[in-house]
Write a protein that binds this ligand. Structure first.
Ligand SMILES: Cc1cc2nc3c(=O)[nH]c(=O)nc-3n(C[C@H](O)[C@H](O)[C@H](O)COP(=O)(O)OP(=O)(O)OC[C@H]3O[C@@H](n4cnc5c(N)ncnc54)[C@H](O)[C@@H]3O)c2cc1C
Length: 326
């Protein structure tokens, strides 16, 4: 539909949309009531996933289902989506900030010859224009940007926008448009092994624990994971910890890692360098534990404890266990 607000579906690679899509569809529906459409590139969509998109308020799902669309390769996705965009002429194209959408949407915008508002944290309609708010200079300033021409392409920071309420029984029209899906020219992965920590995913979690260089070594992250299991939190890390090889890069929070915006951020042995803050400063409540009272993280923390984390973490775990068992 011309004037549609497309919401590119980020899925869990098992046929279900991730819950961040409730935020993307919610925001698209707020800006363009009745015109939010989900665009799903996948090798296999589940019935439950399609139903979920309708219940979040997508009026239509444009389903591009093809074996060549998995695993994700930008050259395949961009060609298919650009052809569909040329036919459908959407007004806007929204996607959540995730590793693959960051790359895909940037390349799609370039292919369509339009601008991209990456990592947006707010939108407002101004007459016929859309104005996006996005952090710049590692989150020190907020800039307002608009587009010279449509489609307005943007990625949305997770946990910032109000998720759509689920409307049980509401359905979306499912369309399966025909587009050319080119063969993949690149092969990245021979074998993929997901190592699950059993904890929530970093960018989706409502509570995030972050461990920095103060953790002293990889073996000590077990105390953070134990706390994470008790309070249902994801465990991330600073770049210093990632560079030291203590945690894989997918757990890195910050400018060159993941951007998070949880309800609660708990930083242990993290100094609060500007590049770390760039990835977490929009957290709703920030708690920092550091033995240095001058650590910069205390400047943005809502609650701070000047103490040794190796004493504080086990105490917190014990107290939360008691509280939550009541
Ligand atoms: C281009 C660029 C991009 C970057 N991108 C990122 C990024 O994405 N993410 C990121 O995190 N960094 C990034 N950095 C690195 C950043 O500048 C910092 O070096 C890094 O964030 C520091 O990590 P840290 O806070 O864990 O370590 P440190 O700065 O060494 O701080 C460790 C803290 O632990 C405290 N501590 C030590 N022992 C204890 C204890 N027992 N109990 C309590 N506290 C203790 C210390 O007082 C100290 O404050 C980037 C840098 C550059 C140049």
């Amino acid at each position: 539909m011309p004037n549609a607000f497309w919401c590119i579906v980020e899925d869990d690679r098992n046929g279900s949309p991730k819950k961040v899509m409730a935020e993307v569809i919610g925001e698209a529906s707020r800006l363009a009531p009745g015109r939010a459409e989900a665009v799903w590139l996948t090798d296999k969509a589940s019935e439950a996933g399609l139903k979920q998109l309708g219940e979040w308020g997508a009026t239509k799902v444009l389903l591009l289902e093809h074996a060549a669309l998995a695993p994700y390769r930008s050259e395949v996705w961009v060609a298919a989506a650009a052809e569909l965009a040329a036919k459908e002429a959407p007004k806007a194209i929204f996607a959540p900030v995730t590793s693959r959408q960051r790359e895909f949407v940037a390349r799609l915008a370039a292919r369509l010859g339009v601008g991209l508002a990456a990592d947006s944290v707010g939108f407002a309609l101004d007459g016929d224009a859309l104005v996006a708010t996005r952090p710049i200079y590692a989150g020190k300033l907020l800039s307002k940007v608009t587009w010279a021409k449509a489609p307005w392409v943007a990625t949305l920071r997770p946990n910032v926008f109000r998720p759509a309420d689920t409307q049980p029984g509401k359905t979306a029209t499912i369309e399966r448009p025909t587009v050319t899906v080119p063969g993949a020219q690149m092969k990245f992965v021979e074998r993929r092994e997901e190592v699950s920590t059993g904890l929530p995913e970093l960018t989706e979690a409502e509570t995030v624990i972050s461990g920095g260089r103060g953790m002293k070594g990889p073996e000590n992250y077990v105390i953070l994971e134990e706390l994470g299991r008790v309070i249902g939190a994801a465990v991330g890390a600073s770049r210093a910890a990632v560079d030291a090889g203590w945690r894989p890069h997918r757990f890195q929070i910050g400018q060159t890692g993941r951007t998070i915006s949880p309800k609660l951020y708990l930083g242990f042995g993290v100094s609060g360098a500007i590049q770390h803050l760039a990835g977490m400063r929009t957290s709703k409540v920030i708690v920092a534990v550091n033995k240095d009272p001058e650590a910069p993280i205390f400047k943005i923390a809502d609650f701070g404890i000047v103490a040794d984390l190796f004493e504080v973490v086990p105490e917190l775990t014990k107290e939360f266990k008691k509280l939550l068992e009541k």
